[in-house]
Ligand binder design. Sequence first.
Ligand code: ITT
Length: 195
Amino acid sequence: MKIVMATNNQNKLKEAREIFDSLGIVIISQKEAGIAIEPEENGKTFAENALIKAHAVYDLLKCPVIADDSGLCVDALDGRPNVYSARYAPEGQQCEKLLQELENIPENQRTAQFVTVIAFLDENGKEILCEGVCQGAIGFEKKGTNGFGYDPVFLYQGKSFAELSADEKNAISHRGIALRKLYEILKERSLNHAE
Ligand code: ITT
């Protein structure tokens, strides 16, 4: 099965490929499919934004598409930056801004969740939504050099996401959880079609 991923984020693409390659699903980037669009993400939820991105590419190609909308929800900030995670600060300055905002927050109040919603549209445009949540905490400094975005400050069982290998992150991450849920649904569907 081939699926076009509606994203301009190369890190998301890489993580989705790492997971789906081993499951026999080929992910083609929207760029490889000849599409250069960046739809306005004006939804109020991760699901709404994931559907906006998926439909924008589906409308042009009419083939199976996935889109990922994700972000970080920090409890001490009443869930912010949430769907505004990409707009919270310019790329490369997100961790610094978050550390500064949480400067006076003690360790036991630094809990946070990474959330991903994957929207899948099949060749007929039928929608499937899968959510993945990873519970962790925000550290007091950046740690590690792997990953992207908020990974250096997101702690999971004592290590930052940026200190994990790609496989270790995929095994427990919000994105890994959501993509594996989608895979299970697609597998079930193809078994039912084969019957
Ligand atoms: P597309 O919309 O083109 O897919 P984007 O980077 O704009 O790419 P989002 O709108 O979903 O993606 O914004 C998510 C932001 O949250 C993104 O800028 C990252 O900084 C951050 N983020 C999402 N998943 C992450 C992860 O696994 N590790 C670290 N940061 C992450």
